[in-house]
Design a binder for this molecule. Structure first.
Ligand code: PMP
Length: 448
């Protein structure tokens, strides 16, 4: 039952619409169902990446090209999900492909330094204001673990402050409080966009606090942007307390040539990166102040270890250097940001005009469609503000968009790739309109 009284008498209609959408999905994906059953025989729940699961069995792709994906049944889908931001370059960028092929032609697994690591490190340090020195990892999770450990070693303090509801990787998940599989750091959770609350918590834990780990926009937490004043307070408070400010820019680094930190004009002590910056290959990086990163300088006698067989993987680093140097130029970053801002504004205008129970939140090219009406009296400042969203409407939109050839995340997440043109986005907006038309009665919104 929905908590929204306007939808109360529509509960039955919503249930029916969702049951029909699920049945249609199941009927039109027989090969995917068979693959799921096969996968379940060797992987728990047929799964090796939790976020990809959805009922009755998950969508799977067998091919990608440009902005398109094809499923096992041969349906072609426009990819709006963009691999949760790692797919910024689409599925077949020729510049990245050529760089990978050139690297492969020279052999891989040298067990030695290679030219690509310098090239990518130079590009990152030139572009991101906080990066004086950088080191590579294999994932964003690892980058965050290293940054947090670096902060603890540098300050000689124990506690890690993070944001309630945030996601920083499989071992640093605070979606419903700390996840039981988290790395065992002593954690203090702060409320997002609550500068006063943050000040009180820092005052309480200040002398034991190693760092504050925070995203400039909560990504998995619902695409909720930070208020600049909140991050400015975070900057000042951590500095006064002698703790390090760590920006997790794994998702937000795409918001400008130098990441969200450049757009905001706020420079953290450490930054973590991931996703698209490896050109679409497994990637992570952490970096920042020279004195903090010097902890890992192996020319120093007391250097801390930071090991990793694949930290300088040639495929990732060659792809990343070409991607950042030749494809995702500062101009391309700005254009993509503006394209996303415009799309989000158009979607919200549509939802408002029809009084549809959906709302797009986010920043630039990354957004989430939430099953909740916009309410100026209740802005979305933190994940708990979305608690009354109806999950059935989220699933209905996902399945109905999929049926119309548009792939988003089941949770409504969208990350635009460089391959998506205005024509593609217009087609997506028409598909959204069609879903609202089809279910106008169940959704309690005006017909188009
Ligand atoms: N931080 C943020 C903000 C993320 O969105 C993610 C991944 N979704 C991670 C860290 C973890 O990155 P990875 O999946 O590469 O480990």
């Amino acid at each position: 039952m929905t908590a929204d009284p306007r939808l109360h008498n529509r509960d039955g209609l919503i249930d029916e619409a969702l049951a029909a959408a699920r049945a249609r999905y199941a009927d039109s994906h027989p090969q995917s169902r068979a693959a799921f059953e096969r996968a379940c025989r060797v992987m728990p729940g047929g799964n090796t990446r939790s976020v990809l699961y959805h009922g009755p069995f998950p969508f799977r792709a067998v091919r990608g090209e440009g902005p398109w994906l094809w499923d096992a049944e041969g349906h072609r889908l426009l990819d709006l999900l963009g691999e949760y931001t790692a797919g910024l370059f689409g599925h077949s960028n020729p510049v990245i492909r050529a760089a990978v092929e050139r690297a492969l032609a020279r052999g891989w697994n040298s067990g030695a330094h290679n030219p690509y690591e310098i090239a990518l490190a130079e590009l990152l340090c030139q572009r991101f204001p906080s990066l004086e020195r950088v080191r590579f990892t294999n994932s964003g999770t690892e980058a965050n673990l290293m940054a947090v450990s670096a902060a603890r070693c540098f300050t000689g303090r124990d506690k890690v402050m993070a944001i309630d509801g945030a996601y920083h990787g499989g071992l640093l998940t605070f979606a419903q409080g700390p996840s039981p599989v988290n790395a065992p750091y002593p954690v203090v959770l702060a409320r997002y966009n609550d500068a006063e609350g943050l000040a009180a918590l820092v005052a309480e834990h200040g002398t034991g606090l190693a760092c504050l780990l925070v995203e400039p926009m909560m990504g998995a937490g619902g695409c909720i942007p930070a208020e600049p004043a909140f991050l400015a307070a975070a900057r000042a408070l951590t500095r006064e307390a002698g703790a390090l400010l760590v920006f997790d820019e794994v998702m937000t680094s795409r918001m400008a040539a130098g990441g969200c930190q450049e757009r905001l004009g706020i420079t953290p002590d450490l930054t973590t990166l991931g996703k698209y910056l490896g050109g679409g290959m497994s990637f992570g990086a952490f970096g920042g102040r020279r004195d903090v990163m010097a902890l890992f300088d192996p020319t120093a006698p007391e250097a801390l270890p930071h090991a990793g067989t694949f930290n300088n993987n040639v495929v990732t680093l060659a792809a990343g250097a070409a991607a950042l140097g030749e494809v995702f130029t500062p101009e391309a970053a700005e254009a993509l940001f503006q394209r996303g801002e415009a799309l989000r504004a158009r979607l919200n205008a549509r939802f408002a005009a029809r009084d549809a129970p959906y709302l797009a939140t986010g920043l630039g090219s990354v957004m989430t469609l939430h099953p909740r009406r916009a309410d100026p009296a209740q802005p979305i400042a933190r994940p708990e503000d979305l608690a009354d969203a109806d999950p059935r409407l989220r699933e209905l939109l996902f399945l109905e968009l999929l049926a119309r050839g548009h792939y988003t995340a089941p949770r409504g997440f969208i990350a635009l790739s460089l391959e998506l043109t205005e024509t593609h986005l217009a087609a997506f907006e028409s598909a959204v309109d069609e879903v609202l038309d089809t279910h106008a009665e169940a959704l309690g919104c005006a017909a188009g």
